[in-house]
Design a protein around this ligand. Structure first.
Ligand code: SF4
Length: 414
């Protein structure tokens, strides 16, 4: 049986963001890893290159996407379905809107795929897909390594991804992770080490929604991978900066780049979003401690929380520069269906668009509380003008040369 796994991605700022910060997507690589040898697998990651569904020859295709890419995913589903390919839709958007997705496919897969995957493949082989497969949280000790031959590390700029954990204990208002993956589960550390040893590159994302949530596990992991001599990127919270032992262990094990969700500099917005543990007044010292270990700090800026007034754009750009954020992208808040933010805006009648392509971080798809949608849409430009002004870029580069060396500093700015 020929199986085609597609990560759909439409042309948008969301795609541009993912192409810079994303590596191998979890959805298609997890499904490929769970697929037995009797199935012939093809992978398409549209963040790398668009697929042409007219040229795909498969018995069954599974299309994964998140909300900004939903229209593109449905378009691929329509073309493949018209050719007689059995089509299933999975991923974040379908998990929260299965009733919508079912109109475009023979089957909808919600949640994690592993526990339903053998049943799904057997049904597809018989040509008898069920309309719904409800995934449950997978036992991460039973996962296979991601295949390295279907799409290669060089296609991701020699950055690979190895899964560490799934889930997060926090419940941020704009985030789908708690609803999709639930409480945090961890892979056995020897499995991670074996997968890291087999990589054909020494740059990797240690994939976790909150890498250092369990301090003891994180310490053990960092000690176990230290001898491998790899460079890694990870996603965690600013709390790592308050734990010097953990930070030292991370640095010794090859940590070079941390994605830290600061999101906003407004205290009230942080509190209501579920990130009250971030204290803007402490960020400068916290980031300085991370920099002392030679680690780059990347943090997105989310614009348009209800607490944000029109001065938020300049305020965020000023503070992000002052506290030492090295790399950032400003985006208008995206109320993903399934998130607390979406539910609140829907209940208050403030959603302005039901075109999922607008949910890309560049469009105001909801009525902001303290400004017009147009002001919010112009706000990201104001942020960018201020944060990326020539003077600030030069001053950041000088600072980064001191922390990371000339070539890394130039790469951050490029
Ligand atoms: S934004 Fe980060 S910290 Fe908040 S729930 Fe999502 S993964 Fe957890």
């Amino acid at each position: 049986m020929k199986l085609c796994l597609i990560k759909a991605s439409a042309e948008s700022d969301f795609k541009a963001y993912k192409s810079v910060r994303g590596g191998p997507p979890q959805s298609i690589f997890s499904a490929a890893a769970a697929t037995p040898d009797w199935v012939d697998v093809q992978l398409f990651d549209e963040v790398l290159k668009n697929c042409d569904p007219r040229r795909i020859h498969a018995d069954v295709a599974v299309i994964f996407f998140s909300t900004p890419d939903a229209n593109r995913g449905y378009e691929i589903a329509r073309v493949l379905g018209a050719k007689g390919v059995q089509v299933a839709i999975g991923g974040l958007h379908a998990t929260f809107l299965p009733e919508e997705a079912k109109d475009y496919a023979d089957a909808v897969i919600t949640g994690e795929c592993e526990n339903i995957w053998q049943e799904f493949l057997a049904d597809a082989d018989r040509g008898q897909l069920k309309p719904r497969y409800t995934g449950t949280p997978a036992d991460l000790s039973k996962l296979n390594p991601y295949p390295t031959h279907l799409i290669k590390a060089k296609d991701y700029g020699w950055e690979w991804s190895v899964l560490v954990s799934r889930g997060c204990k926090h419940h941020c208002s704009f985030c789908l992770i708690p609803g999709m993956l639930g409480k945090t589960r961890y892979r056995p550390i020897p499995d991670i080490v074996a997968e890291l040893e087999a990589m054909e590159t020494d740059w990797v994302e240690l994939h976790a929604d909150h890498l250092t949530e369990d301090r003891d596990y994180a310490l053990e992991l960092f000690r176990a991978i230290e001898p491998l001599g790899i460079n890694w990127v990870g996603e965690t919270t600013i709390r790592i900066a308050d734990d010097e032992e953990l930070l030292d262990a991370a640095a010794r094990s090859g940590c070079k780049y941390l994605l830290i969700g600061i999101e906003t500099v407004d205290k009230a917005a942080l509190k209501r979003a579920g990130k009250g543990f971030i204290k803007p007044e402490n960020l400068k010292d916290q980031i300085a401690r991370i920099h002392e270990r030679g680690i780059i700090v990347d943090s997105a800026a989310i614009l348009g929380f209800d607490e944000h007034s029109p001065d938020i754009f300049a305020r965020t750009a000023d503070l992000y520069h002052e506290i030492g954020v090295d790399s950032t992208a400003a985006a208008i808040a995206i109320p993903f269906p399934g998130s607390r933010m979406f539910k609140q805006l829907e209940a208050e009648g403030r959603l302005l668009s039901d075109n999922w392509s607008d949910y890309d971080g560049s469009h105001a798809v909801f009525q902001p509380k303290q400004m017009t949608p147009e002001q919010l849409e112009r706000g990201a430009d104001e942020f960018n003008r201020k944060f990326f002004s020539v003077g600030r870029c030069m001053s950041r580069t000088m600072r980064q040369i001191g922390h990371f060396g000339l070539s890394t500093a130039m790469r951050i700015q490029s």
